[in-house]
Design a protein around this ligand. Structure first.
Ligand SMILES: [Fe+2]
Ligand SMILES: [Fe+2]
Length: 289
């Protein structure tokens, strides 16, 4: 699918949205929250993989989307968890029950797995390091995994679907904003590309465009969720050479235009005062005041 046909398709958020052949967004428009969560489904023949499957309260809605995408629960062979937060892992017991496969595998990273176990997991939990950082599906379709340590968890990683080029970036490239103004595909005004104004509140519209500021939502999310400038810089250095066709984050909107992806990457690289670095910049050294 080219970019135009992706965004010109009927964007009914009550249905799964196709991002590429065999790739679906299976989330929903979370009107009550300022933090949109995005699970993704990869379908390859009779096999399916769910990425960052979602929270316990969201389980029934997400499973309905999986069914609407034409996938029976028993087709899901792997659940990929790019870190261990409850917004992506909370529904593991529900998924295991409905998938009901003794050979179901959970894929994460060894730093995450001691924590993921506490979601009452009964399936085998694999580490991407032991898989040589890739998973080859039955047809040969390959998912490649890239560690992005401390962005934001020690074992955080991202997933590249080589066939579509889509990069599932987990919390990286996530953003916050007003739920009623959320779009699955980021609508970034041409004027925003070169805008150097200080970023307004992401919950208020920009005076220039009359729309929420994507960069502001990106800034607020990363400065609060990511632990340090260094972890974010490292993650961007990992992402840049991958040459993704799309950034599909677990929060906020999908970046699908190369200029927007490049713009977001450059802005994240320039972010300062991320996490503990922001706190250290504001307090007296060592006194904690
Ligand atoms: Fe997270
Ligand atoms: Fe998250």
């Amino acid at each position: 699918m080219d970019q135009t046909s992706i965004i010109n398709q009927n964007l009914d958020y009550d249905r799964p949205i196709k991002l590429a052949d065999g790739v679906f967004w299976v989330g929903f428009n979370d009107a009550k929250s300022g933090l949109q969560c995005n699970p993704y489904l990869i379908v390859d023949g009779s096999e399916a993989i769910l990425i960052d499957g979602g929270s316990r309260p969201d389980f029934s809605t997400i499973m309905r989307k999986v069914l609407q995408a034409g996938v029976a629960p028993g087709q899901i062979t792997h659940l990929v968890y790019q870190h261990y937060d409850p917004d992506l892992c909370g529904s593991i017991p529900n998924l295991e029950q409905i998938i009901d496969r003794p050979d179901l595998k959970l894929i994460s990273k060894k730093e995450n797995n001691p924590f993921i176990r506490h979601y009452s997991v009964r399936s085998k939990i694999l580490c991407i390091d032991d898989l040589q950082h890739e998973l080859v599906m039955q047809s040969g379709r390959t998912l490649r995994f890239f560690p992005t340590p401390y962005a934001h968890s020690a074992g955080s990683f991202i997933t590249h679907d080589v066939t579509s080029g889509i990069l599932f970036t987990s919390d990286l490239f996530g953003s916050v904003g007003t739920a009623s103004k959320w779009n699955l595909f980021a609508e970034i005004d041409n004027r925003c590309g070169t805008c150097t104004a200080s970023w307004p509140n992401p919950f208020e519209d920009c005076a220039e465009t009359g729309k929420p500021c994507t960069w502001s939502g990106l800034q607020m999310f990363h400065s609060q969720i990511m632990p340090s400038n260094a972890s974010l810089q490292y993650a961007m250095a990992v992402i840049k050479p991958i040459g993704a066709s799309m950034f599909a984050p677990q929060h906020g909107s999908i970046l699908y235009r190369q200029e927007d992806m490049q713009g977001a990457l450059e802005r994240i690289l320039k972010m300062k005062n991320i996490g503990i670095d922001g706190i250290l910049a504001r307090v007296e050294p060592l006194t904690g005041k």
